[in-house]
Design a protein around this ligand. Sequence first.
Ligand SMILES: C[S@@+](CC[C@H](N)C(=O)[O-])C[C@H]1O[C@@H](n2cnc3c(N)ncnc32)[C@H](O)[C@@H]1O
Ligand code: SF4
Ligand code: SF4
Length: 416
Amino acid sequence: MNIELPFNMDFIINLTYRCNLRCKMCTQYGKNYKEQAIEEMNIQDWINFLNDIKDVTPKPKLILMGGEPFLYKDFEKLFKIAVSYNLKTHIITNGYYLDKFIPILKDTDTDITISLDGLFNVHDEIRNQKNLFKKVVQNIKLIDEAQKSGSKMRMRINQVILPENVDKVADFYNYFKDYDIDTFTFQHLQSSDEELNNLTQKQWRERLGQDYCMGLIPKEKYNLNAAFANRYINATKDFIKNYSPEKCFSFPALAYEELADYYTNNNLDNLRKNMICTTAWTTPAIEPNGNVSNCIGNIIGNLKENSFWDIWNNDKAQKLRDALITDGKFTICTKCCNFYKGNFIAAPEGKLEINGYKLELPDVLNYIQSSKCVAFIRDTDREQKNEYIPVIPINIHRPQYLDFIKKENEIITIIE
Ligand SMILES: C[S@@+](CC[C@H](N)C(=O)[O-])C[C@H]1O[C@@H](n2cnc3c(N)ncnc32)[C@H](O)[C@@H]1O
Ligand code: SF4
Ligand code: SF4
């Protein structure tokens, strides 16, 4: 089906929830809905889905993850079909099986994010596997060699910041400085607790009339607090600013003053309080069993029962979009990494004004994509009068813009 969209779509494809590792901080295990979605679609189900989205313009990106995506039994077939359809691909992997798959990946320009949570035994202990670091670095070397022979594969490294590695981010970065790594992300732990889950359940029932179905509960309990936030600040304050923010950044790019609240789950409603996320419009996630969601907690259908576009445009999908536009974010949004990838200000009837132009929602999404800016600050004075809201685009992946985010109540000139 030919579909032209005014914005890019990224599809989060969880091919399998099986994994060869049991990392301490992972939210894929434990008490949450993933256990229910573990049954895997067969290759024909995935091909039907790819046929549905292959003629979308601009070409969508498939973010292939899981679980460990290379454990999906027909990974090779699925990947080759996606490439033959010119779909962009980005694989997120623990890196263990890369040696087996490099022959399949090397003639493509796929992005590969490799998860590494520290050097040597730091990584091995977080990921509960002896000699894992050594094995993954061997695989990084293989990609490096392929790149030197002309392969267009791109490598990225993602590290989740934990008590075990927080003081050593600079050493970690320096260890890999001679490799051709496109980006290093230091990722803040995504997690919820019973209290936040109960609150989310209540909000879901009140605003959407349904149950919240996601936990964000890590395998091991972490009690991160303001002292931990300070450790992160001390470890990064002199280090990160020496490197290009295009190459090395924390995700989400929270300001240092925001970190204590983020880690303690305090004041979450005030954290980026005027923003809402665009996931519900732009970033479908698909579970191994074919469940489709337009938000981590909102399953809207199953690919084995309906076609993708019927699901994406159904009442359940729209209900969440309406709820976000009318009443803003949910408390848990500020703990969800989707919130920080692309978001905009909730506004009356979804109308916004940018650079003097009044925009409807699809235009806003288009603007976000074309300007590569993903957040907006609003002028609360005008909002109270229910007028169109002047907004400023901020690229929140880039720490240098964070100062602007703090000026939330000022009328700010557009920067471009
Ligand atoms: C869930 S994994 C799936 C892909 C693959 N198994 C891997 O480890 O890369 C996707 C990414 O989420 C990161 N991750 C795991 N638990 C997390 C958490 N609680 N908060 C933030 N990121 C987390 C992983 O390190 C990895 O980079
Ligand atoms: S973070 Fe990735 S490798 Fe680790 S247990 Fe979770 S899914 Fe598996
Ligand atoms: S940020 Fe909020 S609305 Fe967006 S996916 Fe996460 S929980 Fe859903």
